[in-house]
Design a protein around this ligand. Structure first.
Ligand SMILES: *Cc1c(COP(=O)(O)O)cnc(C)c1O
Length: 391
């Protein structure tokens, strides 16, 4: 396979001025990904700062209700509330080893922003986070969290004022401040080496799952994870890609049906933010401004290039569920198991609920990518405007 490519997808489509910076990131990543000092420091932080390993939890009541053996990989218990910190710690530590003083990031739900802010506070680095003004409004608690952690939040007013536009602004900042600044990307997207690097920092999810399933003495039949950019799913899947008898499902945001963020289900290949991958576009090939999901973390018109490859090669099955299904899953897991999932993660749960006949009697690992406290207001508002169907 060509360097930086997954099948025909990936690459590094970047403005000339960023080519040296990306080369430097790649060289540093290759140098330190096998460096014992870096790995020890990283592992110490993962254990004592993030709180790893995260449990693999048998959800007994949900399992009984669905007739499916459901195991939840509890990334919601990671510090700052999601899997995002695994990657942020890795990249920010790398930035420190590179001698950079400043880190910038983009954020949608605010989860990546908060995780980057926490990592920068830990490592004593300056941090600025770009966030679409729509997201600033719907995730105001996370804005305050970032500020408390010493980060400057930069609201973005261009385009659809969501994640895609925040990435554009962060790239603009990087071009201006490339000497001092490291760009910490929040998912397996962007130009090479980011998709490979983020996957490397997130594969701890699957690595632990493999060991835990062995200890708990069961064989995994299927794995299900939500897909925004695709990092929690890639982290879970990475160590199982060659286990052909483990089925894999990536669940995208079906939104309202009409408006959605189901990039792999409904998009076609194109270039966005430095990578060739499936993309939601209008008739003229412009990136769609009409992307929607009830969960800010899935509200992105692109997706990681390796997922595009997995779609074309059929290694992973991609599907989507509606906002309404995600909300029902949020309510069900909260009431039944005492675990409030992030609305993003609720998409993965909703998929297993919808396909319970297909998964009947099977051992299914669902990546519970984050906790739902941040979404309580959104769910409350949603329920005011909708009558509930029964699950
Ligand atoms: C950001 C986020 C996602 C979506 O991002 P991926 O890169 O697809 O994992 C999913 N769940 C939670 C809790 C998130 O914060």
């Amino acid at each position: 396979m060509k360097k930086g490519y997954f099948g025909k997808y990936g690459g590094a489509f970047m403005p000339e001025v960023l080519v040296p910076a990306i080369g430097e990131v790649e060289r540093t990543f290759l140098k330190f990904s096998n460096d014992p000092r870096f790995l020890k420091e990283m592992n110490d932080y993962l254990k004592d700062f993030v709180g790893r390993p995260s449990p693999l939890y048998f959800a007994e009541k949900l399992s009984k209700k669905l007739g499916v053996n459901v195991y939840l990989k509890r990334e919601d218990l990671c510090h700052t509330g999601s899997h995002k910190l695994n990657n942020c710690l890795g990249q920010c530590l790398l930035a420190k080893y590179m001698g950079k003083k400043r880190v910038i990031a983009e954020t949608g739900a605010g989860q990546h922003g908060v995780a980057t802010a926490a990592a920068c506070a830990l490592l004593g680095m300056e941090c600025a986070v770009y966030m679409g003004s729509v997201d600033v409004e719907r995730q105001s608690v996370n804005v305050f969290r970032m500020q408390l952690l010493g980060t400057k939040v930069m609201p973005v007013e261009s385009g659809s004022r969501t994640l895609k536009d925040a990435i554009n602004e962060a790239l603009r900042d990087w071009i201006t401040n490339v000497e001092t600044t490291f760009y910490c990307i929040g998912s397996v997207i962007g130009p090479h080496p980011y998709p490979a690097m983020v996957k490397q920092f997130q594969r701890i999810i699957g690595k632990e799952t493999k060991e835990q399933a062995k200890e708990m003495n069961f064989k995994i039949d299927a794995m299900v994870a939500c897909v925004g950019g695709g990092s929690n799913s890639m982290g879970l899947f990475a160590d199982f890609v060659n286990d052909r008898d483990v089925e894999m499902y990536g669940v995208e945001a079906g939104g309202t049906g009409e408006k959605h963020a189901a990039t792999l289900s409904k998009g076609r290949p194109g270039v966005l933010h430095g990578t060739l991958s499936y993309l939601l576009q209008d008739e003229n090939g412009q990136v769609s401004e009409d992307v929607h999901s009830i969960s800010a973390g899935l509200d992105y018109p692109g997706v990681g290039p390796e997922h595009s490859h997995f779609k074309d090669s059929s290694r992973v099955t991609y599907d989507n569920v509606l906002d309404s299904q995600a909300v029902e899953a949020f309510l069900l897991l909260s009431g039944l198991e005492g675990i409030m999932p992030a609305l993003e993660s609720a998409h993965a749960i909703a998929y297993v609920i919808a396909k319970k006949e297909k998964f009947k009697g099977k051992n299914v690992v669902i990546c519970l990518s984050g906790r739902g406290d941040k979404d309580i207001g959104i769910v409350t508002d949603y329920l005011k405007g909708h009558t509930r169907s029964k699950v």
